[in-house]
Design a protein around this ligand. Structure first.
Ligand SMILES: [Zn+2]
Length: 116
C-alpha cells in the first residue's frame, strides 16, 4: 500500500522494515481533504497521520528497543519479588492464592506505556 502522508519506512528504534499492517481512511477524508493513515511495523512501532493535527505521530512501542527490553526485565524481577513476599506472608493459603491471581493478572498486562 502506498501511503501519502506517512514517509517512515523503518522503525527508528530497531531499523525494522517489516510492515505488520497499513491502514488508510482515504475513502473518508477529513474536512481538510486529508485522511488518517497508520503504518505498524512487526516490532510494534507505529506511525499515524492525523488530519486533525496535520502531522505524523509516533505510536506504539518497539519490543526490540533497549528501553523496552530493560523495562520488561525490571518488571519481571519486581513480580518475582512480590511473589516471594506473598509466599512469606503469615496468612491463610486461600488468601495467598488470591494474591497470586492478582499478581498473575498484572503479569498478563505486560504492555509498557509510551509514557514511562
Ligand atoms: Zn522497532
Amino acid at each position: 500500500m502506498i501511503l501519502k502522508f506517512i514517509k517512515e519506512t523503518t522503525c527508528p528504534d530497531c531499523g525494522c522494515k517489516d510492515i505488520y499492517s497499513e491502514k488508510t481512511l482515504r475513502h473518508d477524508p477529513h474536512s481538510s481533504g486529508k485522511w488518517a493513515e497508520t503504518r505498524t511495523f512487526v516490532c510494534g512501532k507505529a506511525f499515524s497521520f492525523s488530519p486533525n493535527f496535520n502531522k505524523v505521530i509516533e505510536k506504539g512501542t518497539c519490543i526490540r528497543c533497549k528501553f523496552y527490553i530493560n523495562e520488561r526485565k525490571r518488571r519481571s524481577i519486581a513480580l518475582t519479588k512480590i511473589r516471594g513476599l506473598v509466599s512469606d506472608l503469615k496468612v491463610d493459603e486461600e488468601f495467598k492464592e488470591k494474591l497470586y491471581l492478582m499478581i498473575a493478572d498484572i503479569g498478563s498486562c505486560f504492555y509498557i506505556s509510551e509514557n514511562i
